[in-house]
Ligand binder design. Sequence first.
Ligand SMILES: [Zn+2]
Length: 284
Amino acid sequence: MKRLLTLPLLLLAAPAAAEEIGECRFSRETLSFAGTPLEQATCLLRKVELQGRKTPQKLPRAIVRLMQDGGAPSAEQKAAAIAAFQEPYRAYAASHADAPVSQTAAGLPLAYFAIHDTSTPFYENKPFPRRLDTDPGVNSFEPYLPGGIAREPVAHIFLNRHGQIWPGHEFAEGWRATKLESRVVGPAARGRFVHIETVQPRRFLPGATTRAATHGPKPGFSKAQYRQLAALYVYTSARAGRWLIPGFHATIDGGIPDAHDDPQNFDLKQFGRELERIVGAAQR
Ligand SMILES: [Zn+2]
């Protein structure tokens, strides 16, 4: 059914091959956003505010350096990333450390590291649980298993507030989790992005009755999540053989109708600090 619904959209979109899509100007031909890696990261890491508004923000030094210098994580940095993982994912990551990652049907390599929040559980008008980082309901992976909120896991990785990781798809599998990929460009984009779902609950904004008007908790994520997210970024970049360009779901889909508004309350500075711990501690 899904296939039948998306087909007319793809046909409509096909003639405008040279068009640039969305606020960060994605090209159907190169399957890249516009500009240098640093310019792309600057657009893709704009702060995602309530209801998907975006504001420019300064990138952490670690990200600026990686985007400017290019290259790939060293063997030491890759090892530091694996060492930073919690078990049992550490053993899983180590066993897949030399496995290839996805590429597109046209042979373009994996290039983008997409950060999401799960917006689950949804509490409607009830308050958030007091201790989000240890609450069993918030941190359960059950909603994300096949047949939960979707027929198949919606992302490659699910990361809860304890810092535990459940891999929904191996990174070798091209997967899609944005409107840009699933509704606009279609299967040609598959393999260009890895998708990380970071557990964060939601509830209605005051007076709201639709999921278009919700808010997340403040602070948005736990320290363990930033640490594991940084390790995942270095690990996937190492397996890809290049520093991936990080971005947020809402900025990747920015300018596309009904774009999502995740991740909310993402502290880019804290992510930068955790990234520095891994890439700075290991010799480059
Ligand atoms: Zn998302």
